[in-house]
Design a protein around this ligand. Structure first.
Ligand code: SF4
Ligand code: ZN
Length: 304
């Protein structure tokens, strides 16, 4: 296999482009894809203050690394979810990554901040990933806004986006479809969110992390079972294997032709009566979930 750009020995094959690259040319290809996504979708400019959500997995660390390589200043934000050894290892990996590269990092201890960890939340009626996702969105937005960041970048890749899109299409979630895309613009109380890796597959971010010598958490979160997005990913992987490029064209066609057909219903936001974060109701979804978790704890104590 020869590199498409320089003719040298290829080490990474990108089937959907019918191409293969040597190490240096693959790293260049990766950076170009990120630059293109940032430029085409006007993700951020020189005046923006960019926060990168870093979990310790390959995607978010690859994103933080490539932004630094491209000369984009950013601050990492890591949420310690309190999921035992998994969270301890994730935090350590992120802290070591930041220290080795001299990159600034903010760590938020979810349990210390909100009074519960994700394992406790997972014992309730909602699936773990649902409460965890809600907590992460809430905490990241709040931290980013309070610290004065204008953009929050996340490491969602093409596989994540295609799986989310498939899930939304299967249920015809019009509101979610109207909002899905590489950029979610800022709103009152909400920081702009961007996904600079959306043009790159999971295999490509893994290859990038490997070739850049990035150490990341390989183990899966112990609470992942029941995550429906994983099933959507498996289904798409079957189609991709049969016809390389399926995920990319599914996403690209949606952004070009599908998404404009969906309009988000205008919402009227007011501060949550408990925490002050923007919400459509009186009490925000996070505060309601948090109250449920704390009430369950009290009941268990009283019954013990
Ligand atoms: Fe949270 Fe689910 Fe991800 Fe674990 S797998 S970190 S519970 S969203
Ligand atoms: Zn609230």
């Amino acid at each position: 296999m020869r590199c498409r750009r320089c003719g040298g020995k290829a080490v990474v094959a990108v089937r959907r482009h019918n191409a293969a690259f040597c190490k240096e040319c693959f790293l260049t290809y990766f950076r170009v894809q990120v630059e293109r996504a940032v430029r085409e979708h006007r993700m951020f400019g020189p005046k923006d203050r960019v926060a990168v959500a870093v979990s310790g997995g390959k995607d978010s660390l690859a994103l933080w690394d490539v932004l630094a390589e491209l000369g984009q200043a950013s601050v990492g934000v890591h949420l310690d979810l309190g999921i035992g050894e998994y969270s301890r290892r994730s935090r350590k990996v992120v802290e070591e990554f930041a220290m080795a590269r001299g990159l600034p990092l903010e760590v938020v201890d979810i349990e210390g901040e909100f009074g519960f960890g994700i394992p406790e939340a997972a014992r309730g009626p909602r699936p773990a990933c649902s409460v965890c996702g809600l907590t992460k969105r809430y905490a990241l937005n709040r931290v980013a806004r309070e610290k004065g960041f204008t953009v929050l970048a996340t490491g969602h890749n093409m596989d994540d986006e295609a799986a989310t899109l498939l899930g939304n299409v299967l249920r015809w979630e019009g509101e979610y479809l109207a909002r899905q895309g590489p950029v979610l613009e800022a709103g009152p109380g909400f920081v702009k969110r961007v996904k600079p890796l959306w043009r790159l597959s999971e295999m490509e971010t893994a290859a990038y992390a490997f070739l850049r010598g990035i150490e990341y958490v390989v183990e899966e979160c112990p609470l992942v079972s029941g995550n429906t997005q994983l099933k959507a990913k498996e289904a798409l992987a079957l189609l991709e294997d049969f016809s390389p490029g399926t995920k990319q064209s599914f996403l690209a066609a949606f952004l070009e032709r599908g998404k404009p057909a969906f309009r988000a219903t205008p919402v009227y936001l007011a501060p949550c009566s408990r925490c002050g974060e923007p919400t459509t109701g009186e009490v925000c979804a996070f505060c309601r979930a948090r109250s449920g978790i704390l009430a369950r704890r009290e009941r268990a104590r009283a019954g013990a």
